[in-house]
Design a protein around this ligand. Structure first.
Ligand SMILES: Nc1nc2c(ncn2[C@@H]2O[C@H](COP(=O)(O)OP(=O)(O)OP(=O)(O)O)[C@@H](O)[C@H]2O)c(=O)[nH]1
Length: 310
């Protein structure tokens, strides 16, 4: 039996002889062994990305801390430092059911008693790496789903639901710490004409470029989200209305000055803005309604302008 991809196995044992014996068996099957004589070096190896450890084989009786304690520490470190999960197999001389139960309880995934039969050990390792691979795929899928649930696919910025959740959080923060906050709604002017005259693809590129310009111009704490179509929301935490109006007017100018690649669009694009701030009795719904109304005033007032009001 051997592994198709080279497997990196961390062997944790205080006895150099035991480590050497186990390494000799594993290396015969094409496994790459990384040795650790105790807890500190084991934890260090797991935090070293280039070692790329797939699995841990661990002794229980060690002088500094027991294998049980180390397994619990590894699980804690993995969850606190967002490290990948590593299967842990205990190799122990203790055969009693209590020791086995305790090993699993502390975070190990399997428990083999010494002397370990090499074929059994390799079969268990194969099963564990299969589970680790399935878990890796599951985590990746979860990350993709979470990204899709929170971010707009075309522009990469927060989607409607996410920006409203962020706004809800900011409103609570402002209430609690008595902070000021402003928001802006904006909408690209005559966007339909861009699609009609230059194609939907060009329209998409315009949306992407405008978002990246806006993100670049804003402070790190500001938040940008796509409400839908060509309408966007900006949250400006800890920003008084007067200040926000100035920032947003500069943003309007930056958008109007974007030079698009001529194969996308041979003219400039403008946007209209509504800016307001959080009033004492505002909730999410009336704050965004007011920003939306101001945006439509800006549209009716000739576009490419900012209308701001308390
Ligand atoms: N390319 C592209 N177009 C989109 C997207 N989402 C919405 N649109 C288009 O955006 C256009 C919005 O048009 P309207 O609502 O009439 O607004 P407008 O032409 O910008 O006019 P004003 O807002 O009044 O200045 C529609 O043609 C939509 O199809 C998208 O993701 N990509």
């Amino acid at each position: 039996m051997s592994f198709s991809d080279p497997l990196n196995v961390l062997v944790v044992d205080d006895s150099a002889t035991e480590r050497a014996l186990l390494s000799a068996i594993l290396e015969r099957f094409g496994v790459k062994v990384i040795e650790a004589e105790g807890a500190d070096s084991a934890l260090q190896c797991l935090q070293t990305p280039k070692l790329n450890i797939d699995l841990i084989l661990m002794d229980i009786q060690m002088p500094d801390i027991s294998g049980y304690q180390l397994a619990a520490q590894i699980r804690k470190m993995e969850s606190e430092s967002f490290l990948e999960w590593h299967p842990i197999i205990f190799l122990s001389g203790q055969h009693d059911p209590q020791s086995i139960a305790m090993g699993i309880e502390c975070g190990a995934d399997d428990y083999l008693t010494k002397p370990v039969d090499s074929i059994t050990l390799l079969a268990k390792m194969r099963a564990m790496t299969r589970i680790a691979e399935m878990r890796r795929r599951l985590v990746k899928t979860q990350e993709t789903l979470s990204r899709q649930a929170h971010f707009d696919e075309l522009t990469g910025i927060a989607n409607r639901r996410h920006i409203f959740n962020l706004l809800e959080n900011e409103i609570s923060r402002c209430r609690r710490y008595n902070y000021a906050m402003s928001i802006a709604y904006f909408d690209i002017d005559f966007f339909k004409r861009i699609n009609d005259n230059f194609g939907h693809n060009a329209g998409d590129k315009v949306l992407q470029r405008i978002c990246s310009v806006v993100e670049m111009e804003l402070r790190k704490v500001d938040m940008l989200g796509r409400i839908g179509g060509e309408e966007f929301c900006i949250i400006l935490p800890e920003c008084q209305l007067q200040n926000a109006s100035g920032i947003i007017d500069r943003l309007r100018e930056s958008i109007a000055n974007i030079n698009f690649d001529t194969d996308i669009l041979n003219r400039n694009v403008t946007a209209s803005f509504g800016v307001t701030h959080l009033r004492k009795n505002d909730n999410l719904s009336n704050l965004i309604s007011r920003a939306d109304e101001l945006l439509y005033e800006a549209k009716n007032g000739g576009r490419n302008c900012v209308v701001s009001r308390e």
